[in-house]
Design a protein around this ligand. Structure first.
Ligand code: C2E
Ligand code: CA
Ligand code: CA
Length: 398
């Protein structure tokens, strides 16, 4: 781990006096290698000309002549994804939040946003934070691989699909209270393939039930094994809306779970409303019946759906799962904090549990604790893993 005096820091600020002040503050905090630029263009030239020592941290303004901070951040995201960046600007918060989210989308490793006039403390905590922010996980290696519907169905009938389990951690008990089953394809040539490569196609061709039942029966079987070992875990399975038009679905699911030796009370079904529900009434009937049988129901990706608020009134949900696009940056973007807070409050007003997904840092975990969130899930707790790995993980936690 580099100490502050070893860091190469680049200050990008058009206002000469402010730039000098920031440089002085950095020096007073122990920084020794400080470079300066008055807008994005010379800053990029400096970055590219640093042959020996790479720039570790960039602190940049947004409003600058010639190349502004927005364009500069785009270049950083596209060409230097490992470089840590902080925005330091006097612009109003909504604009800074927007710049922050834009930078994230471009893949910038953003440590945070500091509003001017900045304090020595704010810069100091920024220097500490640079170790805490993890590099963005790379998208799954097979994202660009396309499979045909036939290949996927063949894989399903050859039993190549299995759930990986991601732990859900209770902020009340401080323990793992459940797991989410996420579909993985053990492809004989391509290795482990994530859901991005097969869910959409299966849904479009109304073949998603094949996967849903595979996942349900494997997740229920795993749950039965855990119960035997005395592990009390609720298991969540993702349910596609497409499946909900079949009137007999609730009964099929109930039978499958009970046959596996598991009570519906041990299972949670997660539902996302990504497309407009064409056949609303059968879906509502199925969901109400599943709840009647004792299944937990979770509104997945809350905040991104087609009609999030209306869903909450007509489906007897037991859990509200706040989408990761709001959660991951909620510790340092005020508009996201507001959305996450109001989602947690909404869950509590409805008398159901709030779950935050996409928790990638300690800062976010702390923020969620303060906001009163019930359960968290994300890479910071643990990544999705095989059943065997999960049992090892739980043993190490206990
Ligand atoms: P989801 O239900 O929202 O599941 C959460 C996704 O976020 C998972 O991606 C998980 O690996 C990922 N994730 C977990 N923690 C973090 C984190 O800290 N940061 C970030 N950036 N991501 C995190 P995955 O496994 O690739 O699944 C993607 C989506 O595919 C799921 O999103 C779900 O909508 C769908 N899916 C997965 N399995 C099934 C299934 O069996 N049936 C159906 N119908 N859909 C499924
Ligand atoms: Ca889910
Ligand atoms: Ca989600």
């Amino acid at each position: 781990m580099q100490s502050v005096d070893e860091l190469v820091i680049l200050v990008v600020e058009d206002h000469a006096f402010q730039r000098q002040t920031l440089v002085q503050v950095l020096k007073s905090l122990g920084a020794k290698k400080i470079l300066e630029a008055d807008n994005g263009r010379p800053a990029l030239e400096i970055i590219h000309s640093q042959t020996g020592e790479a720039v570790d941290l960039v602190i940049c303004d947004i409003d600058m002549p010639d190349m502004d901070g927005l364009e500069f951040l785009r270049h950083i995201g596209q060409n230097h994804p490992k470089m840590s960046v902080a925005i330091c600007s006097a612009k109003e918060l909504p604009l800074l939040n927007a710049a922050h989210l834009m930078a994230r989308e471009y893949g910038v490793r953003l440590l945070g946003v500091i509003q001017k006039p900045f304090t020595r403390e704010a810069i100091g905590s920024l220097l500490e934070r640079r170790h805490l922010t993890k590099v963005q996980p790379k998208p799954t290696s097979v994202a660009d691989t396309r499979f045909s519907l036939e290949e996927i169905i063949q894989g399903l009938s050859n039993d190549q699909f299995e759930p990986h389990f991601q732990p859900k951690f209770s902020l009340h008990t401080g323990g793992i209270v459940g797991v989410e089953a996420l579909a993985r394809w053990n492809h004989p040539e391509r290795g482990l393939v994530g859901p991005g490569a097969f869910i959409d196609l299966l849904e479009q061709h109304k073949k998603i039930d094949d996967l849903t039942f595979t996942m349900l029966s494997k997740a229920a079987a795993a749950s039965a094994r855990w119960l035997q070992q005395g592990l009390d875990l609720k298991v969540s399975v993702n349910l596609s809306l497409v499946s909900l038009t079949d009137f007999s679905l609730a009964d099929k699911i109930t039978r499958l779970v009970i046959d596996a030796g598991v009570k519906p009370q041990n299972m949670i079904l997660e539902i996302t409303e990504t497309v407009a529900m064409t056949e609303v009434a059968p879906a509502l009937e199925n969901l109400a019946r599943l709840r009647l049988r004792g299944f937990g129901l979770s509104v997945d990706d809350y905040g991104t759906g087609f009609s999030s608020l209306r869903q909450l009134t007509r489906v007897p949900f037991t859990e509200l799962k706040i989408d990761k696009s709001f959660v991951t940056d909620c510790a340092n973007v005020d508009s996201l904090t507001a959305i996450v807070k109001s989602s947690i409050d909404m869950a509590h007003k409805l008398g159901i549990e709030s779950v935050a997904e996409g928790v990638e840092s300690e800062a976010v975990l702390d923020k969620l604790r303060v906001l009163g969130c019930d359960i968290v899930q994300g890479y910071y707790i643990a990544k999705p893993m095989t059943e065997n790995k999960l049992v090892e993980f739980l043993a190490a936690e206990a």
